[in-house]
Design a binder for this molecule. Structure first.
Ligand code: HEC
Length: 114
């Protein structure tokens, strides 16, 4: 009896920590993609994420990333336009959003190494 409830407790503990790892994996991925994709134009991750607060980042990536694409179309920066039209951006976008949202200007969070 005791053994069984202990093993249930352990199993749920493992499940919870696995979930936590999974959730932060996207933020880590997003940070990696930010450094690869955005840093050359917008500086390090701390600076980049602080461009917007959390609500603004959510808006930027709403409706299939409509707003962040529009901002770069308007910039008339050929490299930026090309990147935001690429499959690579589509693929990275959900992770980028997780990272940028997590460290948005009003989040109080700062990435460990950016
Ligand atoms: C090739 C250069 C380039 C790349 C790559 C690039 N941007 Fe930009 N970005 C610009 C330019 C140019 C503007 C418009 C001028 C400005 O606001 O700095 C801009 C504007 C923005 C703005 C609006 C800033 C504001 O105050 O309105 C955000 C947010 C932004 N970029 C985020 C990103 C993110 C996130 C990435 C990576 C996924 C990225 N950019 C990649 C060049 C780039």
């Amino acid at each position: 009896m005791f053994k069984k409830s202990l093993s249930i407790a352990l199993t749920s503990l493992i499940a919870v920590s696995a979930l936590t790892t999974f959730a932060s994996a996207d933020i880590k991925k997003g940070q990696k993609y930010y450094l690869k994709d955005c840093k050359k134009c917008h500086g390090n991750g701390t600076k980049g994420a602080a461009m917007m607060d959390q609500d603004e980042w959510a808006d930027m990536f709403a409706n299939d990333n409509e707003e962040i694409k529009a901002v770069h179309e308007d910039s008339e920066d050929a490299k930026a336009i090309k990147y935001f039209e690429s499959k690579k951006f589509e693929k990275h976008a959900p992770h980028l959003k997780d990272f940028l949202y997590e460290y948005g200007a009003d989040s109080g969070n700062v990435p460990a190494c950016g």
